[in-house]
Structure formats: structure tokens, C-alpha cells
Design a protein around this ligand. Structure first.
Ligand SMILES: [Zn+2]
Ligand SMILES: [Zn+2]
Length: 348
């Protein structure tokens, strides 16, 4: 089979590799589509070293068709269409004992800590499979993982019907949160970014949201204006790093300033820089600040919403590439972030 192998940091090669063998409890998945994630961009640049040593096959957002099953696989059969939950937790650490798996101290992901779905075939334990109705387009099945990040963030922040929500960051994660939020509340949703093209893309698919370009307008002032001075019930931070725009607060502090008294801030951005906060801004509001990492249990909710047609998965996808062009895909994401959101690789 062929796979996109990250030969060294910054260099993919589409090459012949050995087709994986399956264990008794595993299925062999023929990959149809796989998505390139922001984490993959970090892996590509070597920023996840030593978690992701090269050479290896990344890819943790993917779906496919079962080509073969091991003798212990009970509930799935050859020909089933499946999305794969890439998360492997230990089951023993204090977080796992509380069933809080995304916080597992030795959390591992397919395609991050071991070979993943950027190949024509992959072996996956039955426990990580979710069946997808054949009526759902294959490219949408590959988006279940990233959409579940949005649903998980919503469940962490307890988004309720009628909530007013601000999302800082209109990248892949921010727009996945937007999709999930819109299944929960039809009240005001505000999206903040500095790239007009990303804001326009979201607005095209969700015309009733407000968008703010933080490079042009003071976002907190504008959020106050839109919410009649009250502030939002919930603010999500999905910018991904401490980004300094002259005269504008950093995104986490911006979230704190955006919410009402007793509101909630949910932080998802994974930056390496410390972020200065003025804690009394949080304390005066007696607000909750919490975090959201991967997903847990939201695959079923995402798939149900895909079946009901309540999501707009194509709004996330800007490009569909042949996997042989993967190097080009990563370079496009680095060089023109304003033009590309989710890139899907079409394997079959
Ligand atoms: Zn991801
Ligand atoms: Zn654990």
C-alpha cells in the first residue's frame, strides 16, 4: 500500500510501505478521507518532538471502510463505513479513574504517538470505531473527529439554549465550535479573528452570526455593543497562541473581558507562551475559566447531528487533495493560512 510518510520534519513522502497486520480485536480500515489538523502542522514542523518521532505516518482525523476484521471483532463487519476515535487512554491514572479520559496523564493518539490514517490502510481496535450511515458523504465522516472537538468544548462549557456565545479564533477549531454551538443555541454568536477571509467563510455558511476583525475593531468594545452592554454568557478561546495585536488584549484575557458576570471562559488554544491575565477581571465576575482538550463521548452526538443534517460540514473544507500532494497541502497551510481551513486528503 501507499502512505504519506513524514520522512523528516518538514518533508513528506508518498511511498510504498508495508500494509499493517490486524490483531484479533482489530479491523483493517481502507481509508477514504483524512483531514489535516492544526496539530499535524505542529508535528510537521517538529514541534511535537519527541512525541512524534520521524519517520512516521500522521493522521488522526480519518474515516474509511472496513476491509477485514479480526476473529474477536463482534459488532463491525467488512464493508461498514466507520469514523475512528483516535484517543487511547490508560484507564489507570487518577483522571481515568474518574472517567475523565481527555485528561489522562499518558494520553496517546493514533497519528500523533503512533502511525495514523494518512495511509491507504490502517489497523484499529474495534473499541475505537463508530459506524457511519452510508447516506453520509465519506468526506463528512472524516470530519467527525474535529467536529467532536467542538461538541466536547460545548459540553465542557455547558452551552444551553438561549446562550450568547463568543468564539475567539475562526480557524479549524473555532469553526468546529461554531458548528456545534449552532446546534445548541440560536441566540447571538460572535466570531473574532484577524483574517477577513476566515470570517467571511463562516458568515457565508452561518449568515446570522456577527463577525469581528480584531485587527480593525476593538473586539471587547464591539462584543459589549452587540450584547447591549451585558457581555456574552460563554466565551471560547481557539486562537491557539498568545497573539499580540497592538492595542488589543490577548485572546484569553479578551474572553474574560467579553463575558457577563458569572459567565464561562473555555480555553482550547495550545500555545507555548505564557499568557498574562489580570485575575481580578475574572474574580470580580466570579466567572468560571475551564479548558477543553480533545473529545470524549461526543462522536455519537456528532454522528447523530450529521445524520439529522444540523451541521454544515462542507463549511470547514477549503481543499480536497490527492494524498500524493500532501507536502503541497502542508506548505499551503503554512504559507497562506487565510486561504485554507480544513484540507482533506482523498484516499479512495
Ligand atoms: Zn486534530
Ligand atoms: Zn489515564
Amino acid at each position: 500500500m501507499h502512505a504519506a510518510v513524514l520522512e523528516k520534519y518538514g518533508r513528506f513522502e508518498w511511498k510504498q510501505v508495508e500494509r499493517p497486520e490486524i490483531a484479533d480485536n482489530e479491523a483493517l480500515i481502507k481509508v477514504t478521507y483524512a483531514g489535516i489538523c492544526g496539530s499535524d502542522q505542529h508535528i510537521f514542523k517538529g514541534e511535537f518532538h519527541p512525541r512524534s518521532p520521524v519517520p512516521f505516518i500522521p493522521g488522526h482525523e480519518f474515516a474509511g471502510t472496513i476491509a477485514e476484521t479480526g476473529p474477536e471483532v463482534k459488532n463491525f463487519h467488512t464493508g461498514d463505513i466507520v469514523a475512528v476515535d483516535p484517543i487511547i487512554w490508560c484507564g489507570k491514572c487518577p483522571a481515568c479513574q474518574r472517567k475523565h479520559y481527555p485528561a489522562c496523564t499518558s494520553l496517546k493518539l493514533l497519528g500523533v504517538d503512533m502511525n495514523g490514517g494518512f495511509g491507504e490502510y490502517i489497523n484499529v481496535p474495534e473499541s475505537m470505531l463508530y459506524r457511519i450511515d452510508p447516506s453520509i458523504p465519506a468526506r463528512h465522516a472524516a470530519l467527525v473527529e474535529v467536529l467532536s472537538i467542538g461538541f466536547h468544548a460545548c459540553s465542557r462549557a455547558k452551552v444551553q439554549t438561549g446562550d450568547t456565545v463568543v468564539i475567539w479564533g475562526a480557524g479549524k477549531v473555532g469553526q468546529s465550535i461554531l458548528q456545534a454551538v449552532r446546534t445548541k443555541t440560536m441566540n447571538t454568536v460572535i466570531l473574532v479573528d484577524i483574517l477577513d477571509k476566515r470570517l467571511d467563510l463562516a458568515k457565508k455558511h452561518f449568515p446570522d452570526i456577527f463577525t469581528i476583525n480584531a485587527g480593525k475593531v476593538k473586539p471587547v468594545d464591539r462584543i459589549k455593543e452587540i450584547t447591549n452592554g451585558k457581555g456574552a454568557d460563554i466565551a471560547f478561546e481557539a486562537v491557539g497562541h498568545f497573539s499580540e495585536i497592538p492595542g488589543v488584549v490577548n485572546p484569553v484575557r479578551g474572553c474574560i473581558q467579553s463575558i457577563r458576570g458569572a459567565g464561562t471562559v473555555c480555553v482550547l488554544g495550545l500555545g507555548d507562551e505564557p499568557v498574562p491575565l489580570l485575575m481580578k477581571e475574572l474574580i470580580w465576575k466570579e466567572a468560571v475559566i475551564l479548558t477543553s482538550r480533545v473529545s470524549h463521548g461526543e462522536f455519537a452526538e456528532t454522528i447523530k447531528n450529521l445524520e439529522k443534517g444540523t451541521l454544515k460540514p462542507d463549511a470547514l473544507v477549503t481543499d480536497i487533495l490527492d494524498p500524493a500532494d500532501i507536502q503541497h497541502g502542508f506548505e499551503m497551510l503554512e504559507e497562506e493560512p487565510e486561504n485554507h481551513l480544513k484540507i482533506l486528503l482523498k484516499f479512495a
